[in-house]
Write a protein that binds this ligand. Structure first.
Ligand code: GLA
Length: 363
């Protein structure tokens, strides 16, 4: 069996597609695959969670938003690399909540790619598989995502986060060791239907900023090349909206590097402070938050002794809020949050305590 974990991201949001830094980790929420050659040209797949069978051939791949479209995207990635595949029988099940910002789709692609890579001896590296997963998301789901999610699912390490440089595509493991503090996710249960088009719009705004900069400095390749001191130059070149988006990204790249230093020093207070900063940047400037996420982060700020940091995680518009919280406060805090959230939004949030785990592997 192949196990493919979901991921959290401690900090570094919307920086991956700008060649910046991110600090994600694989977690103990996962998708499990049982896969064997079908000895035909058919890919016969069964999803336990969707209670659905879907069969396809490698010459009839199509895009769409269903779980099997991602599998087709992975098959297409192998084909585009000239790698011959025949069919498989595959059963898939898992416990990563979908649409919660924990990258269930990246786990789906990473795990399926890993399985067929092993079965057909295609000899692809983990980085190749991450690229195939990202490409599947672009070409088969229409989201022009970065590579963070697939990379974290494939390269995760127990008890560590990955400081990933999205320009060089190399990483350093940083142990997450905040004594007495755990990672708690609070799921807003908000699934924004326009999230993927808004995501692509944000990416387009960043690209517009880079293009404008390139007219005066051809050495600029991405927002990674812009530092906080050059921002005033950019302000004169683009609309206020594009500027505000680019400014957030440039600052977030810088913040992520500072946060990594605090993580290495086990300085949970400073690390957490930067998480809050990221959240309000995502909300006010990058404009990818929502009232539910903002309420949860505001509540977190009301418990400064217990909650060291909190912010919305992932692409945005809901999903999970990641918290760094003192162990002894979890129960009391969860009760308070649930109560307030239900009164305000008439729906229940979910709570997941997560541990950091190794990336995609055989079991
Ligand atoms: C989604 C994308 C990632 C990344 C985050 C935002 O999870 O899949 O590539 O851009 O949003 O940081």
């Amino acid at each position: 069996m192949v196990i493919a974990p979901g991921r959290i991201n401690l900090i570094g949001e919307h920086t991956d597609y700008n060649e910046g830094f991110v600090l994600p980790a694989a977690v103990d929420r996962e998708i499990v695959f049982a896969v064997a050659p079908s000895n035909t040209d058919q890919f016969n797949c069964y999803s336990i969670d969707f209670e659905e069978v879907f069969s396809f051939r490698a010459n009839e791949l199509k895009s769409g938003g269903q779980w099997y479209n991602y599998l087709m995207g992975v098959v297409s990635g192998f084909q585009q690399r000239g790698l011959p595949l025949s069919g498989v029988d595959c059963v898939i099940g898992g416990n990563i909540p979908t649409g919660s910002g924990m990258s269930s789709s990246a786990a789906l692609c990473s795990g399926f790619g890993f399985a067929i890579n092993a079965i057909f001896k295609s000899n692809l590296s983990r980085l190749d598989l991450a690229r195939i997963g990202q490409q599947a998301e672009h070409e088969f789901a229409g989201v022009r995502c970065g590579i963070m999610d697939q990379y974290a699912s494939l390269f995760g390490q127990k008890d560590s986060a990955l400081l990933l440089d999205c320009r060089s595509l190399t990483h350093e493991y940083v142990p997450v060791n905040f004594p007495g503090v755990q990672i708690l996710l609070v799921d807003t249960k908000v699934k924004h239907t326009l999230a993927s088009s808004a995501y692509n719009d944000r990416r387009a705004a960043c690209e517009e900023g880079v293009k404008a900069f390139q007219k005066i400095n051809s050495g600029i390749h991405s927002l990674r090349d812009v530092d906080t001191d050059n921002l005033s130059t950019l302000q004169k070149l683009v609309s206020t909206d594009v500027f505000t988006k680019c400014k957030f990204v440039v600052e977030e790249i810088d913040r992520t590097q500072r946060a990594a230093t605090f993580l290495k020093l086990n300085d949970v207070k400073e690390f957490g402070r930067l998480m809050f900063e990221t959240h309000w940047g995502l909300s006010h400037f990058y404009e990818v938050s929502c009232p539910e996420s903002d309420l949860l982060v505001t509540l977190a700020e009301e418990f400064p002794k217990d909650v060291l940091g909190a912010r919305q995680m992932g692409g945005g518009f809901g999903g999970c809020i990641i918290h760094l919280i003192r162990n002894e406060a979890v129960e009391k805090y969860s009760l308070k949050v649930r109560e307030k959230y239900v009164v305000t939004f008439k729906k229940e949030p979910d709570f997941y305590s997560v541990a950091l785990k190794e990336g995609v592997h055989l079991n």
